[in-house]
Design a protein around this ligand. Structure first.
Ligand code: MG
Ligand code: MG
Length: 277
């Protein structure tokens, strides 16, 4: 177990290095699924790709059996108006759908958690507004990570996510679902909201690991829970996107544990420091 201060688990350097192993495995699983997304594929096919890869590398799928009722998949696969927590299965993806793929793995007791949203049939298969929704949501995730600094506050991240989204159009940002601390468990304190004023909440310190996960819609922020008791859908039926990374802060800057390159390319492109080792 890591050291805990007010419920927040502070990891040692070695423990963060173990989280990098879990994070990389999640990142690889997402890339394998992204490459497999095409019309005619089922969300269950994608789930099997992730589970096989995670287990082949000695990891354990963290979503499987999680919560009540126990979640039945390795991934969450959420299509179109489904925002998060969709159950993978027989649903066949069609050209023009968007599918959000959320994946978590445990390696040696340490968790990684990340998500992407993919246009089925490629970017040209969806309308301009849907294509922009995906871009804005992904960019807002990176804006949030890039805003994190040692000595800063947690809602600096929230504020950066919100500002990016609001600055690019009239989107809904979910408030009932948030990012989270992560480490020896998938969901730990503190919550990481996707809206808010900066300068509030816990101080950002070395050894903190956070999952940042903006959930953005083409309509409003209100959601409903489907009859399966898991799938979160937009109340107005609008399409949604979800991107997530697990990251930490080193003395040099953010290190994105679930990005294959640690976030180096993207952070550098944004003019932000990169804290990977
Ligand atoms: Mg996730
Ligand atoms: Mg998460």
């Amino acid at each position: 177990m890591g050291f805990r201060e007010r419920g927040i688990e502070i990891k040692s350097r070695d423990q963060i290095d173990k989280m990098r192993v879990a994070g990389r495995l999640v990142g690889e699983s997402l890339e394998l699924m992204r490459a497999a997304v095409r019309p005619g594929v089922t969300t269950g096919d994608l789930d099997r790709i992730a589970e096989e890869h995670i287990r082949s590398q000695g990891g354990v799928p963290s979503f499987l059996g999680y919560g009540h009722p126990p979640f039945p998949g390795t991934i969450c696969a959420s299509v179109n108006n489904e925002v998060v927590h969709g159950i993978p299965g027989a649903r066949v993806l069609a050209e023009g759908d968007v599918v959000s793929l959320d994946c978590g793995a445990i390696v040696d007791g340490w968790h990684g958690d990340a998500a992407i949203t993919v246009a089925v049939g490629g970017p040209d298969a969806v309308s301009d507004d849907v294509r922009r929704l995906l871009q804005v949501t992904e960019d807002s995730l990176w804006a949030g990570i890039a805003a994190a600094r040692l000595g800063g506050r947690l809602t600096d991240i929230s504020h950066a996510v919100e500002s990016h989204v609001r600055g690019h159009g009239d989107y809904g940002i979910l408030e009932d679902y948030v990012g989270h601390g992560i480490g020896t468990e998938m969901h730990q304190p503190p919550n990481v909201p996707n809206v808010g004023r900066p300068g509030r909440g816990p101080k950002l310190v070395e050894g903190l690991a956070l999952a940042v996960e903006p959930m953005v819609t083409l309509g409003g922020k209100e959601t409903d829970l489907a009859e399966d008791e898991w799938t979160v859908v937009t109340s107005d039926g609008s399409r949604a996107a979800h991107f997530e990374h697990t990251f930490t802060l080193t003395v040099n800057g953010p290190w994105v544990l679930t990005a294959l390159d640690g976030g180096e390319a993207r952070l550098t492109e944004m003019g932000a420091p990169y804290g990977g080792r």
